[in-house]
Design a protein around this ligand. Structure first.
Ligand SMILES: [Ca+2]
Ligand SMILES: [Ca+2]
Length: 157
């Protein structure tokens, strides 16, 4: 549900995003990258409605348009519940020539009865500059979440 985009969740990609900005800033070349044109690819993504804990949460991204260069995505992550095995999620990018990029986040099948949770991904524009064409254009819906269902029964009392 889109309402969750305004919720403050676990922002897991901050370090990767900052690192990406830093490397671009230090490059110091005023050259306009090839993707910064009006023919910027359109990126959309899909995800299942729900999984059971222990299954990976898989978000599949597709780009339509220029495929010649690699393309990093700017993602925000939202989380409810304790389902992740690893809270460090690396940068996701399309390889040059590839129209599809898959983000697979492993979840843990623990023994703890707990409420169902979710993993949400918000696809953001990349390096937003007012009035300048973007390296890619996110296609709606830009936010999807996968419900993570618990599969443990409460302990007998
Ligand atoms: Ca379990
Ligand atoms: Ca559990």
């Amino acid at each position: 549900m889109f309402v969750h985009t305004i919720r403050l969740g676990a922002l897991l990609a901050v370090a990767a995003v900052i690192a990406a900005f830093a490397s671009i800033a230090s490059a110091g070349t005023p050259e306009v990258p090839p993707a910064m044109r009006d023919d910027a690819p359109v990126v959309s993504f899909t995800a299942p409605d729900s999984i059971t804990e222990g299954e990976p949460a898989v978000f599949t991204f597709t780009r339509v348009g220029g495929l010649s260069s690699d393309l990093a995505l700017n993602l925000d992550f939202f989380l409810e519940g304790r389902f992740l095995l690893d809270y460090e999620i690396g940068e996701l990018r399309f390889a040059a020539g590839e129209a599809e990029a898959v983000l697979s986040i492993p979840t843990e099948d623990d023994d703890t009865p707990e409420p169902d949770g979710y993993i949400g991904v918000h696809l953001q524009p990349r390096y937003y500059t007012p009035g300048v064409s973007q390296p890619y254009n996110p296609e709606s819906p830009v936010y999807l979440e996968i419900v993570v269902r618990d599969n443990d029964r409460p302990a007998a009392t």
